[in-house]
Design a protein around this ligand. Structure first.
Ligand SMILES: C=C(O[C@@H]1C=C(C(=O)O)C=C[C@H]1O)C(=O)O
Length: 397
């Protein structure tokens, strides 16, 4: 491999975005703190489960299905790859990693940045109309079953478009979400797209580890006063504080054997997204010598923010009672470098695009004290986050 340093500019960014059309495998990852921006293309090695034996790869990228899905539906199943070509943003430059003897100038310029546009629109929507009923059944069960405390129950909105959605129309709407992760994973003609706020794991070169406990949701207010009121109600809601505390305790326990110097703030803060706000506790620790970030990731996933409590009972409930497999929704998605630095987010506020078919995903943590209608309203707002991106993308298409 060789790495070329280029001065960062709009034209190169557009060329990298346009490369998604040319490759069967592509990955874009921008972190919510905007410290990491990566583009990666073309698999030299790929995995359909947790990656193993990747000693010679400088970088691996991809995502793990929420529960290992064994169907052959690309992107619904786990997909990781070691890229042949990748670009990483630095403060003023872009470092382009390509094979030796590679004509990178020709590669960069060989793109068509003007895609032909023609109107695209939504022609059908299928929205799991019995979801509220199924949540009522779940709430009953949580009230009577001693062996189940929390289940994050998911739903999918399936949309048919009048023509396939072009990846080129996604970049502009995604770029507005600078306080969230922006992630695109392409495998064959399918894209998984996420603007998640949720970090699952970040490990830096010194082995410092960052994760977070995120659960409990309220909408954003129309104005500052209403927003502060909704935030304060969330901070003081017993049900939401309990839900978030479960997540924090489970993360602490899962990390225990692998880290030292674990710190968790005493009380959560509010994490504000465009349409929702959450209870949030950033957690830091130091990875013990000889421990590997992928192993820690496998121990963390799924946290009760996405699965439930107890873990296995909740996972069984999800696979038996949600209408469709989640695929990459709510699974870990990110990258790991050979120097063991890496970052993985949780693939929520997301959609899967397969030609002219789109699935939007959302879920809500259900406890015995939950109200089905309120949980439905919460998932509606969560669906909106990616729904608005889709609407804008259709206008650009
Ligand atoms: C499952 C989702 O969100 C998760 C569930 C939350 C909740 O129940 O309050 C909050 C944040 C996420 O951990 C989603 O957005 O689809």
């Amino acid at each position: 491999m060789q790495s070329i340093q280029l001065k960062k500019n709009e034209q190169i960014i557009q060329q990298l975005e346009a490369k998604f059309d040319q490759y069967e495998e592509g990955f874009y990852f921008a972190s919510s703190d905007n410290r990491t921006v990566l583009y990666a293309f073309e698999a030299t090695q790929s995995w359909h489960n947790w990656p193993t034996d990747f000693d010679s790869a400088e970088l691996i990228v991809g995502g793990q299905a929420f529960q290992n899905f064994t169907g052959n539906d690309t992107v619904m199943s786990s997909f990781w790859f070691a890229p042949r070509i990748w670009a990483e943003f630095k403060a003023e430059t872009i470092s382009l990693h390509v094979p030796e003897e590679f004509d990178w100038q020709e590669w960069l310029s060989n793109v068509s940045t003007t895609v032909e546009k023609s109107a695209n629109s939504i022609v059908a929507v299928d929205d799991e109309s019995d979801w509220i009923k199924r949540v009522e059944v779940l709430i009953q069960k949580l009230n009577h079953d001693q062996n189940l405390d929390k289940v994050v129950f998911g739903r999918q909105r399936q949309i048919v478009l009048s023509k396939p959605l072009e990846s080129s129309s996604l970049w502009q709407p995604l770029s507005a979400y600078t306080s969230n992760y922006r992630i695109v994973l392409k495998n064959k003609q399918r894209y998984f797209v996420s603007v998640t706020p949720e970090r699952l794991l970040k490990v830096d070169l010194t082995g410092k580890l960052y994760t977070a406990s995120l659960a409990g949701t309220a909408p954003r207010g129309e104005d500052e006063a209403e927003d502060a009121k909704l935030g304060s109600e969330l901070m003081h809601s017993r049900k939401n504080r309990l839900e978030q505390d479960y997540v924090t305790r489970t993360i602490r326990k899962a990390l225990g054997p692998y880290v030292k110097d674990l710190t968790v703030p005493f009380v959560p803060k509010l994490l504000k997204n465009r349409r929702v706000q959450h209870l949030y506790s950033p957690i830091t620790a130091q990875l013990l010598e000889g421990q590997n970030p992928l192993k820690v990731l496998q121990k963390l996933h799924p946290t009760p923010a996405l699965g439930g409590i107890p873990r296995q009972e909740a996972l069984d409930y999800i696979s038996e009672n949600e209408c469709y497999p989640r695929g990459l929704f709510a699974g870990p998605i990110g990258y790991l470098k050979s120097d063991q630095a890496g970052e993985f987010a949780v693939g929520i506020r997301s959609m899967m695009v397969a030609d002219n078919r789109v699935r939007l995903f959302a879920g809500a943590g259900i406890l015995a004290a939950s109200q089905a209608e309120a949980e439905y309203a919460e998932t509606q707002v969560k669906l909106e986050e990616m729904g608005k991106i889709l609407e804008e993308a259709l206008q650009n298409d």
